[in-house]
Design a protein around this ligand. Sequence first.
Ligand code: G6P
Length: 362
Amino acid sequence: SDIEKGTYPYYMLKEIDEQPTVMRRIIQEYTDAIGDTMIDEKIVKKIIASDRIYVVACGTSYNAGWVGKALLEKMTNIPVEVHLSSEFGYNMPLLSEKPFFIFLSQSGETADSRQVLVQLNELGLPSLTLTNVAGSTLSREADYTLLLHAGPEIAVASTKAYTAQIAVLAVLAKAVGDSKKNQSSLKFDLAHELSVIAAVMETIIDEKMSISQLVEEYLSTTRNAFYIGRGVDYFVSMEASLKLKEISYIQAEGFAAGELKHGTIALIEEGTPVLGVITDRKTAAHTRGNLKEVESRGAHNFVISLGSLSKETDQLIIPDVHPLLTPLVSIIPTQLIAYFATLQRGYDVDKPRNLAKSVTVE
Ligand code: G6P
């Protein structure tokens, strides 16, 4: 069945491998034969009627929210804010006149997120939950639900739910953008681009043994590590470092590449691994500059780049995909990096210490 490990040593590896299938399932569930999106018109109308979207989530879902912000703003022209549930609930930001709320939650049971939704329901504000679990609390208590169709996620470290959240947010962004006759949305063939994504994910996953070797070389004994990037590459860096620290216990931080020099660069020592994520054409040269800065201070650089932006010295080169969707592929090597770093250190990949799959206390 779907939730057996089969020949896999760990659920996490199985769930990483399932991501191309999940992308294809999302295309099937949410787009029709001519590539139009299939999202409940009521949701689209509510979002168009709003003047601001608030994304509320925790952990990996929160990190997916930042990528979703980039997609939603580009395709819908509606401003988007991303908030941590545990902060939003007790320090509610000043809301716009017509807010719309999107909850991201793999489990649909996270208490921090639920306490926010309870407050919003008391205020009578509209909400949508993106979740992997039909009938979950956050699904029942929000006005609308979109399912992730990722299949059960068992490993504590979330992988396929992250990419599914981004893909479903892309579908939602296109549905709203198309309905607003937004040109960048209308000319975006999302169904096709997601099928390209699925194929590229497979290419990266097939290279997993070379990623294992790179991990041995760069991360086998280190105490800490940094991921850096700009724009969506920064958002991917946040998730990549969360994944790494959650299961391998390497103290990993994701930083905006340009911000490192304003403080955190003090932590760079001889041999500190710095992993650069470079998929954004506008900022590629700047991130390379930041990598040079840390290299001259002893950093052991590791670069994940997109084919057309790559240099021969880069460690990992990903085939090109649509510029709006690069996080869906650049995250894959970082999931495998976390997986292999954990294996090589001899820890339990699926059951990290101190963490639970779903946290039902505030
Ligand atoms: C827990 C898990 C994380 C997850 C977070 C949010 O802390 O360990 O992996 O990202 O909850 O979970 P949710 O189900 O709301 O996406």
